[in-house]
Design a protein around this ligand. Sequence first.
Ligand SMILES: [Mg+2]
Length: 212
Amino acid sequence: MADNTPIVLGVDLDGVCADYEGAFRLAVARQRGLDPASLPPQTILDAYSQWGLTFEEFEEAHRRAVVEDHLFRRMEPLHGVSEALWQLSDAGVWIRIITHRLIFNWAHETSAADTAAWLDAHQIPYRDLCFIGDKPNVGADLYVDDSPTNILSLRAAGRTAIVFDQPYNGHLPGPRATTWQDVVRLVQEELTARDRQLPLPLTDDPTHEQEG
Ligand SMILES: [Mg+2]
């Protein structure tokens, strides 16, 4: 009998859909009166020790970036994310956004509202929006994430996690996507390997005409 349960793709936001680091760089540069170019790309994913921040300084800089700079509303989408997610959504994939953005005990209203506004503004299709740290328990079929910690905990829990390529995760084994079109291809390959099919064919043309 055909398996008709929807295929759920768990999608991380920061470093996968959205350029957190770029937006945070501008915020930290503003707060400290620095040239943004003086803050190098992170090659270790931590509390920005490579920018000279202690954990407490990161926490405060992040809090100010959220409430003063509205970085969750203003950050740039990564190239091709909307088109690729529409391509998957149109083919019947259930998109579940999973983010750990409520990590600190403040600014939840701003964080949640700005996140929802950003998803709308950048035409990201999704059916669920989960603010949660414990990603394996969200129960998606496949995940796409950039954090080494998340990838390792998902895989340790027996989940399939696609690594979204970033300078700080190059040591992790694949599957690995360097573009959003790679994500589309890898999702298709994973489903084929499991003998599951998308309800509808993937279109070759990823441009999505907004209705209404
Ligand atoms: Mg992330």
